[in-house]
Design a protein around this ligand. Structure first.
Ligand code: DC
Length: 296
């Protein structure tokens, strides 16, 4: 059995495309990230094999170890879609941290593009103006070494904080509905996922960006609970914000996101629904981790 396994293991080990298993095969000009949290490897000295000479045993252990590592390192794509303010990014960040995966907030890309359009007075009702403006936009996610999370950079400037402002939130759904903008963002999102080992949240991630993702989660929560959560988040930055403003912005975004012509928000047929209205952050993470383990 053992020599047979050796051949099989060798075949499997050498037939895998190593780039498929590298943590990220993304151009580092686009993204840098923390590689320190890769899953633990099984070391060969933990697998005794007394029937072989030290030499044979060494090779077998090496192959076994390599094979086990490949299994351990099986990386998948996890998509999290859903309504505004239902906690997608909280779950996505925690899941990515637990798994040693890359987390990408696709909404941040649409927000950064919106910020650029607003600052540069781009008339986004004109497709030529949009196409021209997109040529001047460089989006990058760079790791914040303190938080360990990737933050959004627009043409070299960290805009992670600015893009959360209500001024951007009021316009982002209109900008995200533009075909040219979506093509621009989706292409980059797909490149980021080419090495797998990624958790990406948004509205069309399981339906359009990664239709073959191994795990698709669709998050929902009661609307009033979502309004309260968003209000608390915005209030910390701007105490002048009112609950009514937050509610109408959320309703408007839900409507535009789910009724737009290009890639509207909808649950993928094979997505698992997670209603977190009455779940704690820990409970929702445990559910998502269980679903992930079932797919590894
Ligand atoms: O997730 P968020 O609230 O940061 O998203 C901001 C806006 O971008 C929201 O109106 C929906 C839109 N969006 C989108 O259309 N597709 C995505 N994949 C992510 C966000």
């Amino acid at each position: 059995m053992r020599f047979c396994s050796l051949a099989v293991l060798h075949k499997i080990a050498t037939s895998r495309n190593s780039s498929q298993y590298s943590p990220f095969t993304i151009d580092h000009s686009q993204i840098t990230t923390d590689h320190s949290r890769t899953p633990e490897r099984i070391h060969s000295d933990r697998i005794p094999n007394p029937k072989f000479s030290p030499h044979d045993s060494f090779h077998l252990l090496n192959f076994s170890s390599h094979f086990c590592s490949l299994l351990m390192e099986k990386k998948i794509i996890i998509t999290i879609d859903g309504w505004s303010s239902c906690g997608k990014s909280t779950l996505a960040k925690q899941l990515a941290r637990e798994l040693g995966y890359l987390y990408i907030d696709s909404g941040a890309m649409y927000r950064a593009i919106t910020l650029y359009f607003l600052r540069n007075h781009i008339d986004w009702t004109h497709p030529e103006a949009v196409t021209d403006a997109l040529h001047h936009i460089k989006l990058e996610f760079l790791s914040n070494h303190k938080s360990g999370h990737c933050e959004m950079y627009l043409n070299g400037e960290n805009v992670e904080y600015l893009i959360r402002d209500l001024v951007v939130a009021e316009k982002v759904s209109d900008v995200a509905a533009i075909k040219e903008v979506r093509e621009f963002a989706v292409h980059q999102q797909q490149q980021m996922g080419s090495g797998k080992g990624i958790v990406m949240d948004g509205r069309d991630i399981g339906t359009v960006v990664f239709p073959h993702a191994e795990l698709k989660i669709f998050m929902t929560a009661d609307k009033e609970i979502r309004v309260k959560r968003r209000y608390q988040e915005l209030y910390e930055k701007n105490p002048n914000v009112t609950m009514e403003e937050v509610r109408s912005n959320l309703e408007m975004r839900d409507y535009i996101d789910s009724h737009r012509e290009v890639s509207p928000l909808r649950k993928a047929e094979d997505a698992l629904e997670l209603d977190n209205s009455h779940l704690t952050i820990r409970e929702q993470l445990d559910i998502a981790l269980r679903w992930t383990r079932e797919r590894l």
